[in-house]
Ligand binder design. Structure first.
Ligand code: PLP
Length: 436
């Protein structure tokens, strides 16, 4: 076999990507037309940056179970799972019934009702760190308020967050660069899974530190799990200086009936939730110990027109009571673990730098071999391979997030996943020379 020079390999990768983009475009004339029209009124053609990618995003028309149909009639196994909010798939009958019931009783009642306390009780009983809870409309809002609560309770202002952490559109700390529209909290950034560095930062900020906010597994930062010793160490250090530890479980709460905190046995002072918990309706929540949440009893206001909207409350109750039971959570976790094991064994056998990181039902593809314990600066080759992987999966009828993330939904079976493992096998066969 003739060895290829690295330069030749790069030009082959560019050529493969060009060809994949052309194939993508040819199969999606209606998505392309929608994009051309959208850019006239939506900056960048969308209202959600995560859905924007070149040459234009695939527009979906319908969903059923774990399948999607795009506007050009291409059909996909949905492994994007609405970036974890689509846990129930697209048509769960119990959630639909709850929504129809709420619709029949009327919208916008401008009053308290039975539903929000029932929903609150379910969540307080499931998440070990949540004695009391309040609802918001998004995970972003939940985190903004949780951080502000920590400031009020401690009388301090500084926040410690982690490079690669994502806590919402106004609380985004990329591994490289910065987000110009972040909320203006005074933030100290630490490296994920760096015990000594983080404990040191907590101790040196002691007198001014209000909160440490952390995802127990970095979600959009690459599905990178925290070392439990790291979480335990920052919990102890934060308590030692009287700061509030916030677990952002907006993504990771699916890891067991009581979230990743329950699985790990490590409890924060406050927890934020979002995504799937509203049964697919817009949702966010923050909760924690009585003594913290008590600030809302009298002294601190917290309003929000849609905080107890009847659709999110009804869908959330059905979702958490009837659908995402403790058994369902355990089975989904195991399904995801099995999938990742299989995928990683396939790439090991192929001897290529490709791995699937994550925990339970969440995974992200990375084009490097070494163990990944924190976010890294992605090389241009890795970025090109990620794009190629995305187009190849779409071409095989598997819809994943453009950034290479996958989130399983409850209707997905092992048979469904065989389509994905076959697609990854084909990718390994066809693209191995470009990967090496
Ligand atoms: N926190 C985490 C860990 C998230 O992954 C996200 C969204 O992806 C958020 C917060 C923000 O939630 P939302 O998009 O509902 O504002």
């Amino acid at each position: 076999m003739m060895l290829q020079s690295p330069g030749h390999q790069n030009s082959s990768l560019d050529a493969a990507l060009l060809e994949a983009r052309e194939r993508y475009t040819a199969k999606r004339p209606k998505s392309a037309a929608l994009h051309r029209a959208a850019v006239e009124v939506l900056p960048g053609g969308n209202t959600r940056t995560v859905l924007a990618y070149a040459p234009f995003p695939t527009a979906m028309a319908r969903g059923e179970g774990c399948r999607l149909r795009d506007v050009d009639d291409n059909i996909y196994l949905d492994l994007c799972g609405e970036y974890t909010a689509g846990l129930f798939g697209h048509s769960d009958s119990r959630i639909r019934a709850a929504l129809h019931g709420a619709l029949a009783r009327g919208l916008s009642l401008a009053a308290v009702g039975e539903a929000e306390q029932r929903f609150a009780r379910i969540l307080c009983s499931r998440f070990p760190s949540i004695d009391m809870i309040r609802f918001t409309n998004s995970g972003t809002e939940a985190n903004l308020i949780a951080l502000s609560v920590a400031q009020v309770v401690t009388g301090r202002s500084r926040i410690i967050a982690f490079r690669g952490g994502y806590h919402g559109s106004l609380l985004y700390y990329p591994a490289t660069g910065f987000n110009p529209i972040n909320a203006t909290f005074p933030v100290t950034l630490c490296n994920y899974n760096d015990i000594d560095g983080t404990v040191g930062a907590i101790r040196s900020a002691a007198g001014e530190l209000a909160a440490v906010i952390v995802e127990p597994m970095l979600g959009s930062g690459g599905c990178i799990a925290a070392d439990p010793f790291f979480l335990a160490a920052i919990a102890e250090a934060a308590r030692g200086v009287g700061a509030i530890l916030i677990f952002d479980e907006v993504m990771t709460s699916r890891m067991s009936a009581g979230g990743l905190q329950q699985r790990l046995g490590i409890l924060p002072d406050m927890t934020t939730l979002g995504k799937y918990i509203g049964g697919g309706m817009s949702f966010g929540a923050f909760g924690g110990r009585h003594d913290i949440m008590d600030i809302f009893v009298s002294s601190v206001p917290h309003a929000g027109t849609f905080n107890n909207n009847v659709m999110s409350m009804a869908a959330g109750i059905a979702a958490m009571e009837e659908v995402f039971t403790a058994t369902a959570a355990a089975e989904l976790f195991a399904l995801g673990e099995g999938l990742r094991e299989q995928l990683n064994a396939m790439s090991d056998r192929a001897g290529v730098p490709l791995q699937f990181s994550g925990l339970g039902s969440l995974a992200t593809v990375h084009f490097r071999r070494n163990k990944i314990d924190r976010p890294y600066a992605i090389t241009s080759k890795e970025e090109a391979l990620k794009e190629l992987f995305f187009f190849d999966m779409l071409d095989s009828g598997v819809y994943i997030a453009r950034r290479g993330m996958m989130a399983l939904s409850l209707p997905t079976t092992e048979q469904d996943l065989a389509q994905f493992t076959t697609a990854v096998g084909d990718f390994l066969d066809a693209r191995a020379p470009l990967l090496r």
